[in-house]
Design a binder for this molecule. Sequence first.
Ligand code: PGA
Length: 254
Amino acid sequence: MKKKSLCYLANWKMYFSYNTEILFFKDHQKDFLDLAHKAELILFPSFLNIAYFSKESSQSTLKIGAQNISDHKQGAFTGQLSAQSLKECGAFATIVGHSECREVNKENDELIFEKIKESLGAGLLPVLCIGESLKEYEQNQSIIRITKQLTHLKILKNDPLFNTKKYELFIAYEPLFAIGSGVTASIDHIQLMLQEIEKIVLSFELDFITFRILYGGSVSSTCIKELKEISLLDGFLIGKSSINFAEFKKIIDS
Ligand code: PGA
């Protein structure tokens, strides 16, 4: 089952320091709340501010998410944060498998699948990021790559822990060459990839999961109108453009 609704996810990465992130949030708190009335909005600040921002937004439709979670529940995992802890801090969602985490932390598809299960189990909405590298794109390997990145999801179908409840999953298609580069993938290519993603996930027959497909990678006010024309698209995962409030608002309002 696929549900239609446009949403905007702001990935603030490590762009701010602790203090400057709070200042940015406080400066625009009312604006964010207003925007969250118009569109579904999830902010992904640093871990340090999740509890505070969640508390500040608790009476509103604005939601706060985590940029990553541990693939474990608890134990001797120095420097990690569990899905349950983040849920208790007020997080609504978590990004998993972002290409920067795949690259820097050497996260692979098996580990990312564990994170998806942790996230679903704790009641967090997983935002699974997938996408091919420039080399894979140039060698016509894009579909092979995303198929591999999605394949573990089918295991959920036979997992009694999950297949008896209803869940939501976001899948963000983020080609690596578009992230932070200032250049989005072509509309035709995005369209093709979204069709493939939908086809692959539907083939898993995960009737207990409602999924939405987002695009991420250099989303800006310049290209947003064109991107919004893509009918399969349910929303956007936005990095750099989300730390400039005027630009972010323009993207939503366009
Ligand atoms: P970008 O980042 O918008 O700065 O390209 C997107 C992302 O990494 O999620």
